[in-house]
Design a protein around this ligand. Structure first.
Ligand code: NAP
Ligand code: MG
Length: 483
């Protein structure tokens, strides 16, 4: 039996969900309480793996947004801006501890509501979210060291709008530095993944944060727009699509609102002939297929040096034969459910576009999809070119385009020739090649001989249409202070 057709058969190992307490209905978290929406409207949130309804969630209208912003402004003026950094740190530290304590429940809910494999939510999303709170708790009383010889001041109310691919982690990225620097918050999770943010609201309540310091409201794009346009908002932090980022930038033109945008990406993952090929193949799979490709920094464009192209592609196909697509709660699952029907349709339309562009498509025959829910087979487009739409446009799914190159100059030129610049990966044995390449890549993060690694201490953010401003690390404090 050859390596390529040898697949382990695993018995199902689903994570129990009885300890995940999901209420039938969630109200808006405003001023330290869950309150009924003035809109009187609720919407359903589902499990994308089986399309079952998980809960009804309140839809915030303009009046609700106004109530949340007013609560945040009052909390800012009354206590939060007057509190010492050391006192703020205690609250943030407490949130981190409770996330850790409830990590199993949070991981299960993240996988139920978002579709991501439990391995990802359990081992990456939730621990990294806790780590961000721990890390920024550490900065709260040391801001004078973060900005030596300057006096950093908080801004006021931060409106924070996040997408569905890392729901709790994105909330942590945004809330932790805002609180550490003395700002108060109104946060809106994406319409399809509100549940862990609402669990975070419960945690914040349990941690006895002064009412109004963090407000969490749910709704659709209109809710986000009302937050952006509210006159008492001082700072907007947005992560999502480039299209909505542009709308927000236009909306605040002429105001003194501060803005950071973390937008789309189309990262190049570059494999040189001298790379450790087996490791690179694992890194390619991790870079684009895990998390269903719902990663803004996913390595969605593979560049392989000609001499090793055949070897890399055949090893990649063999590895794809072993990937398990299915129940997000199963611990064996590599690739969970696509987040929504809408997103699955978008991915499928790109699969058609790639085929119509004449590219060779590969999907493993060994990979079976569940009958219910939104699932997509990991896919390769082989023989792609710079001009292909599947190369230029963000698909945000488990779809990898493959191009070959001969020289380092050629690959840098091609990798940079794209509207985005969020991240990139390079695989080579030579340190000098890594330094040469990283200094010329127009990408916020370049991983060398690894991919998709995150740490609260290192900044993350993009060039060009991938946005501006940095989150994480000391740099992540900057967008929340003035001097
Ligand atoms: P999206 O449609 O831009 O939504 C992002 C958030 O903005 C959601 O909470 C959304 O609410 C809200 N929103 C929609 N229209 C708005 C408006 N006019 N004003 C204010 N807020 C508005 O993006 P998505 O479809 O959720 O996420 C996928 C995209 O996010 C991808 O393009 C991906 O590259 C990008 N992303 C980037 C990063 C990064 O760090 N750079 C991270 C993750 C994702 P609704 O959910 O209710 O529509
Ligand atoms: Mg959207």
């Amino acid at each position: 039996m050859t390596a390529s057709n040898f697949t382990w058969e695993y018995a199902p190992a689903p994570e129990a969900k009885d300890h995940a307490k999901i209420k039938k209905q969630y109200d808006l978290f405003i001023n330290g309480q869950f309150v009924k929406p003035q809109s009187k409207k609720y919407f359903e949130t589902i499990n994308p793996a089986n399309e079952e309804v998980l809960a009804q969630v309140a839809e915030a209208n303009e009046k609700d947004v106004n109530a949340a912003v007013t609560a945040a402004k009052t909390a800012y003026d009354k206590y939060w801006k007057k509190l010492s950094g050391a006192e703020r740190a205690k609250y943030i530290f407490r949130i981190a501890r409770v996330i850790q304590e409830r990590s199993r429940e949070l991981a299960v809910i993240e996988s139920l509501n978002g579709g991501k494999a439990i391995r990802e939510s359990r081992d990456f999303d939730i621990p990294t979210a806790a780590n961000h709170f721990f890390y920024y708790a550490g900065w709260a009383d040391k801001l004078e060291y973060a900005f030596p010889n300057r006096t950093p001041q908080s801004l006021g109310v931060a409106a924070q709008i996040i997408p569905w691919n890392f729901p709790l982690l994105m909330a942590a990225w945004k809330i932790a530095p805002a609180l550490a620097t003395g700002n108060t918050v109104v946060l809106k999770p994406a319409e399809s993944t509100p549940l862990t943010a609402l669990k975070l609201a419960e945690i914040i309540q349990d941690c006895d944060l002064p009412p109004g310091v963090v407000n969490i409201i749910t709704g659709f794009g209109n809710t986000g727009a009302a937050m952006v346009n509210h006159p008492q908002v001082n700072k907007i932090a947005f992560t999502g699509s480039t299209d909505v980022g542009k709308i927000i930038q236009k909306a605040i033109a002429g105001t003194d609102k501060k803005l950071t945008l973390e937008l789309g990406g189309k990262a190049a993952n570059i494999v040189f002939e001298d790379a450790p090929i087996n490791q690179a193949v694992e890194g390619i799979v991790n870079g684009i297929f895990f998390n269903q490709g719902h990663v803004c920094c996913a390595g969605s464009r593979l560049f392989v040096q000609e001499g090793v192209a055949d070897e890399v592609i055949s090893k990649l196909k063999a590895r794809m034969d072993t990937l398990i697509v299915g129940d997000p709660l199963d611990k064996n699952t590599d690739i969970g459910a696509i987040n929504s029907k809408e997103q699955l349709e978008k991915i499928k339309s790109y699969l058609k576009i790639g085929v119509n562009e004449g590219l060779e498509i590969f999907q493993s025959d060994a990979c079976a999809l569940p009958k219910k829910g939104f699932f997509c087979k990991p896919t390769l487009f082989i023989g792609a070119a710079q001009s292909n739409r599947v190369v230029q446009e963000e698909i945000f799914g488990p779809v990898l385009t493959i191009q070959t190159f001969r020289t380092i100059e050629e690959v840098i030129e091609k990798a940079n020739n794209i509207p985005y610049g969020l991240s990139a990966g390079v695989w080579t044995d030579k340190g000098s090649k890594i330094f040469n390449l990283t200094s010329k890549m127009r990408a916020g993060v370049v991983w060398a001989n690894t991919y998709n690694k995150f740490d609260p201490t290192s900044p993350f953010g993009g060039y060009k249409e991938s946005g501006f401003g940095r989150e994480g690390g000391l740099h992540g404090l900057m967008p929340y202070v003035k001097f």
